[in-house]
Design a protein around this ligand. Structure first.
Ligand SMILES: [Zn+2]
Length: 227
């Protein structure tokens, strides 16, 4: 059996990442969840990473334990090209000031564990553009979206962020709204089951082509079992 630390915002996120990794590697994992406060962004990760990484550091070198640090991109400049959104001036100032979350997480990881070849455990950083729900939609509705850049950028159409951005028009459905519709269409009753459904379909989906942020994650996981 393998073990998997996941630092994420949500139980359902854990279920998705675990299922996704099992699908990509063909191995089973026991989950060791570590939680960050929802919507706390990079500051929450910055606060919790040291605890996770010091645990990992003192576990010593082990072959069967892995880690994932996951945070939604939430309209930050996306790794690795760091392009900002085209209509970024329609976002509040605090949104415009966001830095690349992947780079930030990587920097903190290097600070605690040293360069990648010195890490006692293999790990991966996941920063879905713009949220994990974007990945779910690209997997579940691959016939509709060719690229993650075609997807909405907000969580909900009734959020003040979306309302201000689209004013004076009414915002169209956003990522979580679209996931709700998709869940209903598939007759899936809980979010948890929708996350499991999508994780199962990873291997047969084209998400590695439609999502740069996913393919970045996949590349890191792919080498876990290489000697
Ligand atoms: Zn970056």
């Amino acid at each position: 059996m393998n073990f998997l630390y996941i630092l994420s915002e949500d139980d359902n996120d854990d279920i998705f990442y675990k299922g996704c990794i099992e699908n990509l590697t063909g191995k089973s994992f026991n989950l060791i969840p570590r939680r960050i406060r929802k919507g706390g962004g990079i500051s929450q990760v910055r606060r919790h990473i040291p605890y996770l990484l010091s645990d990992i550091k003192y576990t010593g070198k082990v072959e069967n334990t892995f880690f994932v640090i996951a945070l939604d991109n939430d309209r930050s400049p996306a790794h690795p090209d760091h392009k900002r959104l085209t209509e970024i001036d329609k976002l509040p100032k605090r949104e415009q000031r966001k830095d690349c979350r992947f780079c930030e997480i990587q920097k903190i990881t290097y600070k605690y564990l040293g360069s990648k070849d010195k890490w006692p455990l293999k790990g991966a950083i996941a920063v879905p553009v713009q949220m994990i729900e974007s990945w779910l939609l690209l997997i579940s509705k691959s016939e509709e979206y060719e690229n993650e850049s075609e997807l909405p950028i907000f969580a909900r159409k009734d959020s003040s962020l979306a309302k201000d951005y689209f004013a004076p028009k009414k915002p169209p459905s956003q990522l979580k709204d679209l996931c709700e519709t998709e869940k209903k269409r598939l007759n899936i009753t809980s979010s948890r089951n929708f996350f499991i459904h999508c994780a199962k379909r990873i291997a047969s989906s084209d998400i590695h082509k439609s999502s740069n942020s996913f393919s970045l994650f996949k590349e890191q996981v792919k080498v876990w079992f290489n000697k």
